[in-house]
Ligand binder design. Structure first.
Ligand code: PEP
Ligand code: MN
Length: 342
């Protein structure tokens, strides 16, 4: 398992040691430093072999950082019970910070994306979402404005200063995303196990929003995150967006249990996307409240200037006024749970 804390990347050979609590338990016993790694930036620690726990831990630290000091810091950090927040375009997510990403399913025009960006920002969203390249079930449905969509997102970012998150569907588009300085790359549900794509974004220095596959287990989601982190990119946010079940009255079933379980399995921030989970706008505010209560670190919500005319996912999109109302209900809730909206 690979985890991170600030600029420390730690790697354990034991699958059981995958979150800070597990690490703390294992690390509080004595264990010896292994000198096999001569390089200053990488050390290996051999864990105790009591209670069936046996592991090796490598700490790869940033330039000039002493692994031993980092290990002590990491243990202290574990003891504080906090998780290190991840930063996206100046906004923190995780570790007590709650971030809301909102915007239309698809970028449709300059006026549309700029207007929605201003409205969701005014309501309290910190990150603008908008699809430029769209993964559609039918090849005859709107496929997104593609490169032009990326340009329009950049223009909206110029107006509001908000970072942008948008979906990357294949490796060939990476240069476009890098040129556009996309602040967070979304890997959609349909690509969660596109391992070549995961490895490619793992080589970038850009945070990744990894959405759970339509029928993927949490273990599979975490392993996909590992593909990204194993390439050196530790900045991954997991997203529960509803899964396929036997229920047909909604687009998907929101697996609210995924949040506490993922928090047990990893140290990564977890956000909920109630829009794609429900597929129907009226359910989105209630599910957003549930997301806050269950301990999610953020939300992704589709907001459209005119949902009835949206080129994709209109049925689940909120109007800007409905988004305002939703934010007004979750703000006191966040305060109650001691989270900071940012
Ligand atoms: C989206 O965010 O518009 C989207 C296509 O999401 P998902 O991959 O979760 O279906
Ligand atoms: Mn959508």
């Amino acid at each position: 398992m690979i985890g991170y804390f600030g600029d420390i990347i730690f790697e354990t050979s034991d699958k059981k040691i995958c979150n800070f609590n597990d690490f703390k338990q294992a690390a509080s016993a004595n264990y010896s430093e292994h000198s096999r790694y001569r390089k200053k930036s990488e050390r290996e620690f051999i864990g105790p072999n009591n209670e069936g726990v046996s592991f090796t831990m490598k700490i790869r630290a940033g330039h000039g950082v002493r692994p031993r000091i980092m290990k002590d810091k990491l243990i202290k950090y574990c003891e504080s019970g906090k998780v290190c927040p991840l930063v996206i375009g100046g906004h923190k997510i995780g570790g007590g910070y709650f971030a809301v990403m909102s915007g239309p399913c698809s970028v449709e025009s300059k006026e549309q994306i700029t207007y929605v960006a201003q409205r969701v920002q005014a309501a309290g969203a910190s990150i603008l979402r908008g699809g430029a390249f769209k993964p559609r079930t039918s090849p005859y449905s709107f496929q997104g404005l593609r490169a032009e969509g990326l340009e329009l997102l950049q223009e909206a970012r110029k107006v509001t200063g908000q970072p942008i998150v948008t979906e990357l569907m294949n490796n060939e588009h990476i240069p476009l995303f890098v040129d556009a300085k996309v602040d967070m790359i979304q890997i959609g549900a349909r690509n969660m196990q596109n391992f070549e794509l995961l490895k490619a974004v793992g080589k970038l220095n850009v945070p990744v929003l990894l959405k759970r596959g339509l029928s993927s287990t949490l273990e599979e989601l975490v392993m996909s995150a590992e593909y990204i982190m194993a390439e050196g990119n530790p900045n991954v946010v997991l997203c529960e967006r509803g899964i396929r079940t036997f229920e047909t009255s909604m687009r998907n079933t929101l697996d609210i249990s995924a949040v506490p379980m993922l928090k047990k399995m990893t140290h990564l921030p977890v956000v909920i996307d109630p829009s794609h989970a429900a597929g129907i706008a009226f359910m989105v505010p209630a599910l957003a409240q549930a997301a806050v209560a269950v301990g999610a670190d953020g939300l992704m919500i589709e907001t459209h200037n005119d949902p009835a005319k949206a080129k994709s996912d209109g049925a689940q999109s909120l109007t800007p006024d409905q988004f305002d109302a939703l934010m007004n209900t979750i703000k006191p809730e966040l305060e109650f749970f001691g989270k900071t909206l940012n």
